[in-house]
Design a protein around this ligand. Structure first.
Ligand SMILES: Cc1ncc(COP(=O)(O)O)c(C=O)c1O
Length: 666
């Protein structure tokens, strides 16, 4: 591979100094390139802050900047303001600040700031971005800058981000290990390779799936349960890249990550305020840990079969009414891409001493490009869970927990985390987290810029079919939430298919069966296309071509063949008669939802559900354990059961063609 070009901006308002430094650095870089073949340092001339910011926006290959602080002080390019702006666009850049002696002595009060003040200011601007962890800054004496040393420092900083401590060690181990007398039993694939029956599986998966599948017996690979070397280092690099104080790798998805945090904060019970439409793992945590839930009503867009965000007024009211809650849980962005204006929400929760968990399962890319910021950590969330595998390059189930909680007790957290962690974690998954972090840090900005271009091209192309239509925020968000500052993730495209004469499931099948294209999900009349880091221009061409062909059948007039909306507004949340945990684990019996006469079973009204009953899609519980069954809820569930629109009803059991559910035994 040819060396990777790495751009380093040299920013100074002092033209002679800048020119001299640049030519010395170019010579240093040439010597450096002869010694190291991996990347090629290219120093770029920047006369002002504006030029640097433009470079940062336009050139993804920019990895570092050298700033001549005295020559920027007092100018329109004030260094402190510049750092804030730069961090907002490219938080990952390594920065080298050249300061004069006066700066160190702090005797330039009018002309500029001391080193300590500068550091403090950077801290502040970083804090405004929601984290008081500044990016990495190296300080240099302006009068004594040695270009060869500066080249080494820059190279060292970038090489640090380019390291994947765990993945590198795994690779080295694979190439050095010979015989395995330890778990896993396939022993690097030896048990399958020559088998007449199962060698085909070995062939399909490839040798490295097997020889990277190792175990805690290999001590050089550290321990996920008690990291002290390469996993610890990989997690520290991840914390830096994602803007957290601490980051923990999770190999059982965000489903587990959410439970870990609820257990950590509410393991012995207590109140949690949560979005009714949050992922089922949060609902499961409420049952498991005996939490007292305060549900926030999800907004509903029944035209497109989507649940939206919780109205801000409802969040504020719940925080006001339940200041004794220990935790607030929201999803941002949601599966459909709704993203909250989180800063005021987090602030209101913190004002009452309530911790905030934001489920960013769908938003791990949020920090790496300004189009997606601020993300939850920027807005001050205490805990953030991310499925690194959903939008970035990690393997399925590979997730991260990011922590910014100032009162974080790492030992207690570790004990809670370890209760959910297998003692035989998948090492390829851990390596993929390490690699996904490296990618986000070194090329996240340019990759996301590319993804934004792909999403824009898809939008235009889909519009041009004249039949399919990409929904915008105004189509998707209920009107009453118009002032809540909700935004849409542009990488999640919800496409209305109703004018095609096909329902969304038919479009989904046609795309796969006729064109080999698999999309993310459907509602009754929308398909969702995810533009992940794996999106390519060729895939765009093929998808647009397929949609064009499907559209060529011509639009049908509105309403024709259009299937009924399966998602009607959820019935009002009924009261809780007991804690979900008590209802779920206590004595119970099954009772029919309907009556012999055909209506609802009147005898069920007032009973307490022992299970979660969830119409799927979209997967939001109509009943949770402990909730009283009302007429509205029973009628809603029976209507869903009988609608014949393919909706699954998790939690109901069908006996003799009739729906039954488990209720608490009075
Ligand atoms: C909002 C949300 N949170 C959490 C999860 C669970 O994530 P994982 O699949 O990584 O366990 C999902 C999965 O789809 C989700 O949509």
């Amino acid at each position: 591979m040819s060396p990777q070009p790495v751009l380093v901006a040299v920013v100074s308002g002092d033209a002679p100094f800048r020119e001299q430094l640049l030519s010395a650095l170019a010579r240093g870089a040439a010597t450096d390139a002869r010694r190291h073949g991996d990347f090629d340092l290219q120093f770029v001339d920047c006369a002002s802050a504006a030029e640097l910011l433009q470079l940062a926006r336009e050139r993804g290959a920019l990895q570092a900047a050298v700033l001549d602080v005295p020559a920027l002080i007092g100018s329109a390019s004030d260094p402190a303001a510049l750092l804030g702006k730069l961090r907002a666009v490219r938080p990952e850049l390594d920065l080298f600040l050249m300061v004069g002696e006066e700066d160190e002595a702090g005797d330039m009060p009018d002309a500029g700031r001391s080193r300590a003040e500068m550091q403090g200011t950077d801290m502040q601007s970083a804090h405004m971005q929601g984290t008081d962890i500044p990016g990495r800054i190296e300080w240099l004496d302006r009068a004594d800058v040695k270009p060869s040393q500066l080249c080494r420092l820059v190279r060292g900083a970038i090489a640090r981000r380019a390291r994947t401590p765990f993945a590198d060690t795994l690779r080295d181990y694979v190439y050095s290990a010979k015989d395995a007398w330890h778990t896993p039993g396939h022993s690097g694939g030896d048990s399958l390779r020559d088998s007449p029956w199962v060698a085909d599986f070995y062939q399909l998966m490839g040798e490295h799936i097997f020889n990277t599948d190792l175990s805690v017996s290999v001590q050089s690979l550290d321990s996920l349960l008690e990291p002290h070397s390469v996993i610890q280092e990989a997690q520290e690099l991840a914390a830096e890249a994602f803007g957290a104080r601490h980051t923990f790798f999770v190999t059982n998805g965000t489903s587990t990550a959410n439970k870990v945090i609820v257990q950590h904060l509410l393991g012995a019970g207590g109140k949690v305020i949560l979005d009714q439409a949050c992922h089922k793992s949060v609902h499961h945590a409420v049952i498991l840990f005996g939490a007292e839930p305060v549900y926030l009503p999800a907004s509903v867009n029944s035209r497109y079969g989507m649940y939206g965000p919780v109205p801000k007024a409802a969040i504020d009211a719940a925080l006001e009414a339940h200041p004794d809650a220990k935790l607030l849980v929201l999803t941002s962005c949601t599966y459909d891409g709704f993203r909250y204006d989180l800063a005021p929400i987090v602030e209101a929760a913190h004002a009452r001493g309530i911790k905030v968990l934001i489920d960013e399962a769908w938003y791990a890319h949020g920090r790496a490009h300004p189009a997606f910021r601020p993300n939850a950590l920027d807005c001050g969330a205490d805990y953030v869970t991310q499925s690194t595998h959903k939008m970035l390059s990690a393997f399925s189930q590979a997730s991260m927990i990011h922590v910014a909680d100032p009162g974080f007790d790492e030992h207690r957290f570790r004990e809670n985390l370890n209760m959910h962690t297998s003692t035989s974690p998948q090492y390829a998954m851990i390596a993929s987290l390490d690699v996904a972090r490296k990618q986000l840090s070194l090329e996240g900005y340019s990759q996301l810029q590319r993804c934004l271009g792909i999403a824009a091209r898809l939008r235009e192309g889909i519009e041009r079919t004249g039949v399919f239509r990409v929904l915008g925020l105004a189509d998707m968000l209920p009107e009453s939430l118009g002032d809540d500052g909700i935004q849409l993730d542009p990488l999640k495209l919800s496409v209305d298919v109703s004018a095609s004469g096909l329902n969304a499931r038919e479009v989904q099948l046609a795309l796969f069966e006729d064109y080999g294209i698999q999309i993310e999900k459907v509602t009754h009349n929308t398909i969702t296309v995810l533009v992940t880091l794996g999106a390519t221009q060729s895939k765009v061409l093929r998808l647009l071509n397929a949609l064009q062909k499907l559209a060529a059948r011509g639009p049908v007039s509105e309403g024709e063949d259009s299937p009924p909306a399966p998602v009607s507004a959820l019935p009002p949340l009924s009261a809780f008669a007991m804690l979900p945990r008590t209802a779920f684990f206590g004595p119970s019996r099954e009772r029919p939802l309907d009556s012999e006469a055909g209506g609802i079973n009147e005898g069920l009204l007032g009973a307490v559900s022992a299970d979660q009953v969830v119409p799927y899609p979209p997967g939001i519980p109509a009943l949770n354990p402990g909730q009283v069954i009302t007429r509205e809820v029973a009628s809603y569930l029976l209507a869903q059961f009988r609608s014949g629109n393919g909706i699954e009803l998790h939690g109901l059991v069908e006996r003799g063609g009739r729906p039954w559910l488990r209720v608490v035994d009075a």
